[in-house]
Design a protein around this ligand. Structure first.
Ligand code: GLA
Ligand code: GLA
Length: 686
């Protein structure tokens, strides 16, 4: 994990006074006034005030407007927008505007366009069509960032800088010649000599031995599976390059506009995996995240998981929800509109996990362009709409929640360890199964904990675990010797470690640990696996405790008499062999789950593991699974966010506390959360 910069939050302009100058949660959206005639701007700021908006992100896709040619600049319209917002008490998170290079630039310098693994050019016509390693792109982009910083450093509306936009969303992997050259430099830094690289990449295999760095390429289209360590290093490199790019823009901003916090919107969501955000977090003054719901049974759990992980990447400190949607998006196969109450529920669930800002993409729904069917705060229908009314209502609720501004996440009893490198490595090609989904396994454990009413922190690998009673490491595929020692120390010191199938399999070079799996965790677990036995997509295997496994099974031999077999395979070639094990280790324990049980199947196993670890749910049994509890703490108070996960009313009278926001639940003795409702209960900090 990266060493974090000191946390620095928004610099609220003094004039955001209409709504008071005390602590406040930020509320707003991406604002793209360049898409609208000037007269619409006046309605925009009027409606923003009506909705309680106090911040907007401005200029994100404005490069073509701001710099119409290599030496032409047009800031007048942006000056006017900044002034107008300021006059209306709305702060600005100002973009560096470098996200989407204008047509004149790609015409003049087509060599900035990315190239795919199959050698095709990624043409302009959409956005983010630039090579992260292009020195030409970088010089133009940094010049723009510098021009923005100089022009607006002292503007009174400026609250933060927004570097580029969702770095890596479309351009994380580029296989161009620029990328090849930068990759070689990165490899020289990592390995020093070509022989070290040969050793790390295992190039004795398939006659891949290199005699000079110049011979090394990105993993472009090849005749069969490219070298796995080459692929893994290319992923590491690609994440590092964009992190370096973020740093380069930040340094320009800091030089020209010292003292203004810098952020960039991450995408901790779904299957966005290319950017190692645990490693990036040290580059920003505060962490920002974008999140969009995916349809499906775990949609809400996934939101909670992402918000939780974001909060922990941010070190438990407040973070900025830069984008989510008021209703449908436009980029899924079928784009679902949100049901009444969902916009507020989704927003407040992010706040529950530490967000001190709730922002949307975008303020006013575009009339033209690829995102015209994406919802916004002001929809096509205009302000006379359910969406805008819910937006204004949410603004009012966030004002009432102002007292919790600045509070931190309260540590949970259980950690789920999340590791980008294991994610990258375990899903590479040429593996026992192409069906394995790293993040899904982690999410299943999270869902199972939610259903037991147990709070968990989803933490990046490397987070100290000592204060967690239990640490679950789903598919901790890549384990270095040092990490393995830490995990052994954790368990022996009283922690309860749980690992799953395909954990402890490779080292940092993606070389298999020898002598049986799970490699350096073998002794700790007290088991030895000689062979993996993944299951076909339509196959399943019954366990003798009634559970049903899919995806995976292992050929487990118990090697330590202290191992307790919690469940065995009940059928198939491994019938009678251990499937789930647990071993006491020092003052703690180590458990291994060799198959995929899914969110529901895990709930049963988890009850037993939690009981032996002495972790009990904080919610009364009747509320478990029906509501999510997330807790923030600060200023002598605990803020209990109680989120109705169902479409039925739920009585939460038993949870006590002072109701911070009367819209959250009916007050008095019979406190009832409406369907999809969220209540915030203030308790004295205990
Ligand atoms: C991303 C981008 C936005 C917009 C939204 C649409 O988050 O940053 O510009 O495209 O997706 O969901
Ligand atoms: C072929 C090749 C071998 C090996 C096997 C793997 O037979 O000749 O080198 O790759 O496939 O199944």
């Amino acid at each position: 994990m990266a060493a974090a910069r000191p946390h620095r939050w928004l610099r609220w302009p003094e004039s955001t006074a209409p709504r008071g100058s005390g602590p406040r949660l930020a509320y707003g959206a991406d604002y793209n006034p360049e898409q609208w005639p000037r007269e619409v701007w006046d309605e925009d700021v009027r409606l923003m005030r009506e909705a309680g908006v106090n911040i907007v992100s401005l200029g994100i896709f404005s490069w073509a407007r701001l710099q119409p040619g290599p030496d032409e600049w047009d800031f007048a319209w942006l000056d006017e927008a900044m002034d107008l917002l300021h006059a209306n008490g709305i702060a600005v998170d100002l973009a560096t505007a470098t996200a989407s290079p204008p047509p004149w630039l790609t015409t003049l310098h087509p060599e900035i366009l990315p190239v795919t693994a199959t050698g095709e050019t990624v043409w302009p016509g959409a956005r983010q069509h630039w090579r992260p390693t292009s020195p030409v792109f970088r010089s133009y982009a940094l010049r723009l960032a510098d021009a923005m910083a100089r022009r607006y450093a002292d503007h009174p509306a400026l609250a933060a800088w927004h570097v580029s936009n969702e770095l890596g969303c479309h351009n994380i992997y580029d296989y161009s010649d620029d990328a090849a050259a930068a990759f070689r430099t990165w490899l020289r830094d990592r390995y020093g000599t070509v022989e070290q690289l040969n050793a790390a990449w295992g190039t004795a295999f398939w006659s891949q031995h290199y005699t000079a760095f110049d011979q090394v390429l990105p993993p472009r289209l090849a005749a069969s599976h490219p070298n796995p360590t080459q692929q893994l290093d290319f992923k590491r490199f690609s994440s590092d390059v964009l992190k370096g790019y973020l740093r380069a823009e930040r340094e320009v901003l800091e030089a020209a506009a010292p003292g203004i916090p810098v952020t960039s919107n991450f995408m901790v969501m779904g299957e966005s995996r290319g950017m190692n955000y645990a490693d990036w977090a040290g580059e920003v003054d505060f962490v920002s995240n974008d999140h969009y719901m995916r349809p499906g049974a775990q949609a809400l759990d996934e939101l909670s998981f992402s918000a939780n992980l974001t909060g922990n990447i941010a070190g438990g400190r407040p973070w900025f929800l830069m984008e989510h949607s008021t209703s449908a998006v436009n980029w899924q196969p079928v784009n679902r509109a949100k049901a009444p109450g969902e916009t507020a529920r989704d927003s407040l669930l992010h706040v529950a996990h530490g967000a001190d800002a709730v922002c949307f993409f975008q303020w006013r729904q575009s009339a033209a362009g690829a995102e015209k069917y994406h919802s916004a705060m002001v929809p096509h229908a205009g302000p006379d709409s359910a969406v805008f009314r819910s937006v204004a209502e949410l603004g009012a609720r966030l004002e009432r929640l102002a007292p919790l501004t600045g509070s931190h996440r309260k540590r949970a009893p259980v950690a789920i360890v999340f590791d980008w490198e294991s994610w990258w490595a375990c899903e590479q090609d040429s593996h026992p199964s192409s069906l394995l989904r790293y993040r899904q396994e982690a999410l299943d454990w999270y869902s199972a904990l939610l259903s037991r009413g147990v709070r968990a922190d989803v933490v990046p690998l490397g987070t100290p675990l000592e204060d967690y009673r239990m640490a679950i490491a789903p598919v901790l595929h890549m384990v270095t010797e040092e990490r393995a020692k830490e995990l052994v120390r954790y368990a022996e010191g009283g922690g309860h470690l749980v690992a799953t199938y395909f954990s402890g399999v490779v080292d940092e070079n993606d070389h298999a640990w020898l002598g049986g799996y799970p490699g350096p965790l073998r002794e700790l677990m007290g088991i030895r696996i000689e062979e993996f036995a993944p299951l076909q997509a339509d196959e399943q295997v019954r366990l003798d405790d009634g559970g049903v496994g899919t995806l995976w099974s292992d050929d487990i031999t118990v090697t330590d008499p202290r191992v307790e077999v919690l469940a065995s395979y009940a059928e198939g070639p491994r019938a009678g062999q251990a499937a789930i094990t647990r071993r006491q280790a020092g003052m703690g324990s180590a458990a291994y789950v060799s198959t995929r049980l899914g969110a529901q199947g895990l709930a049963g196993v988890l009850s037993r593991l939690l009981a032996s670890a002495g972790v009990s749910g904080e919610l009364p049994p009747g509320l478990r699974g029906r509501v999510e509890l997330a807790v923030r703490v600060g200023g002598g108070a605990e803020y209990w966010f109680v989120v109705n996960r169902t479409a039925e009313p739920v009585d939460i009278a038993g949870l006590g506390g002072e109701l911070l926001d009367p819209a959250g639940a009916a007050g008095g003795g019979t406190r009832v959360l409406p369907p999809r409702g969220v209540a915030v209960l203030r308790h004295p900090a205990g």
